[in-house]
Design a binder for this molecule. Sequence first.
Ligand SMILES: Cc1cc2nc3c(=O)[nH]c(=O)nc-3n(C[C@H](O)[C@H](O)[C@H](O)COP(=O)(O)OP(=O)(O)OC[C@H]3O[C@@H](n4cnc5c(N)ncnc54)[C@H](O)[C@@H]3O)c2cc1C
Length: 198
Amino acid sequence: MPTDTPGLTRREVRGKLGLRGQATAELVLDGVRVPASALLGPAGKGFSVAMSALAKGRMSVAAGCVGLGRAALEAAVAHATQREQFGRPIAGHQLVQELIADIAVDVDAARLLTWRVADLIDRGRPFATESSTAKLFASEAAVRAANNALQVHGGYGYIDEYPVGKLLRDARVMTLYEGTSQIQKLLIGRAYTGVSAF
Ligand SMILES: Cc1cc2nc3c(=O)[nH]c(=O)nc-3n(C[C@H](O)[C@H](O)[C@H](O)COP(=O)(O)OP(=O)(O)OC[C@H]3O[C@@H](n4cnc5c(N)ncnc54)[C@H](O)[C@@H]3O)c2cc1C
């Protein structure tokens, strides 16, 4: 649909906690007339078209969370093995290794859940619930991973000299868009019980 379509307005969203390298805009459609050539599906079926896009979108968010978690892991390992306190690398402390192990397990589990969705899509099988499962776990795991990586960095994690603060800011939106974590839980609960709690 052309951007100068009557009734369509855009407004740049400023002041985001994260994703500062990406522009975000609010689109408002007020009485917009959509030509047949711009229809994405049958007229009146827009909700199901939007929902089907979300199911795949959730896998994409999960995949992004795996990448973010991996970056958190790499940053945490690099810092823990290079930073020395009292004559030894902080990686030699058991509780620092716990932080790193927690990140590694979260990233691995998120990756496997995401691969499962991709495999189901490749085989033409239903994947919506598995996509919600992957998105829910991977997004919450990305926040935990970035937060744990920041902890490994100590005070350095809180300043822009290191990447982990940015990772935490960027991770935070993952539990919100493409359906919040609460909405994913309602979708998964409905799929298992057949009862909608919406
Ligand atoms: C950077 C960014 C980019 C975005 N990009 C897009 C985009 O490209 N396309 C798009 O369509 N949207 C986009 N969004 C919007 C995003 O999808 C919504 O913010 C998100 O779905 C939550 O909706 P809301 O903000 O209206 O929160 P609300 O619906 O007001 O929810 C607020 C809180 O209440 C909870 N809640 C709401 N309803 C229920 C319920 N029934 N049961 C239990 N808990 C509930 C939510 O989980 C949440 O914790 C973007 C948002 C951001 C921040």
